[in-house]
Design a protein around this ligand. Sequence first.
Ligand SMILES: NC(=O)c1ccc[n+]([C@@H]2O[C@H](COP(=O)([O-])OP(=O)(O)OC[C@H]3O[C@@H](n4cnc5c(N)ncnc54)[C@H](O)[C@@H]3O)[C@@H](O)[C@H]2O)c1
Length: 200
Amino acid sequence: MKEPVFSKATLGRLPIYLDYLRTGDHGEYISAAEISRALGLGDVQVRKDLNSVSGTGKPKIGYKTTELIAALESVLGRKAATPIVIVGAGKLGKALLDFDGFDEYGIKISAAFDVDKRLLCDRILPMDNFTNYCRLYDIHAGIITVPAACAEEVCDIMIKSGITAIWNFAPTVLNVPENITVCQENLALSLAHLTMKLRK
Ligand SMILES: NC(=O)c1ccc[n+]([C@@H]2O[C@H](COP(=O)([O-])OP(=O)(O)OC[C@H]3O[C@@H](n4cnc5c(N)ncnc54)[C@H](O)[C@@H]3O)[C@@H](O)[C@H]2O)c1
């Protein structure tokens, strides 16, 4: 069965529901109304989010708490984190490698790779090992944080190594086959969007 795709906004709220459900004693069943009151979120919004994760709850009773927790954990990959690798362990790659906020979404950066031998350590590995590593650890997602000039080459290596989902920070459009998903990140764009609101 195809996995559901959640909007960014819904995905952002799921860890909040999970943390709430895991703390305190909520009884055998919990309703969307109780959760929305406790978290100060809109009732309709919460109902919609929970429906997309766990189907509709029982009328007037709500969701079985343990089942809702399990469904949220499964969506967020809390049980078995999705491993992801970084190529380019410079300023940005290193910052992402050190960031522990991905755990919350069931993502674990398992290693970074770089051509610069001076950077190598237990978590930054030589680029020569990349393909073997991805195959050995069954890695299918990668982050590109190399200069734009070599991003395409890195992208090709990723695809040859079995990676099908790429988060690209390099300011260049990658040419990929249809089965490869690329998410192009541009922090400047997010900031420009924010500062536009100042001018309103
Ligand atoms: N999208 C954004 O919002 C955003 C923000 C900051 C930086 N960037 C981009 O991210 C990239 C990295 O920026 P940075 O400041 O970390 O650069 P950096 O120079 O500090 O790091 C780049 C790293 O890539 C490595 N590298 C170069 N060629 C490689 C290859 N073929 N294989 C493996 N590793 C290789 C280098 O050795 C270096 O360690 C750049 O393309 C930059 O433009 C994007």
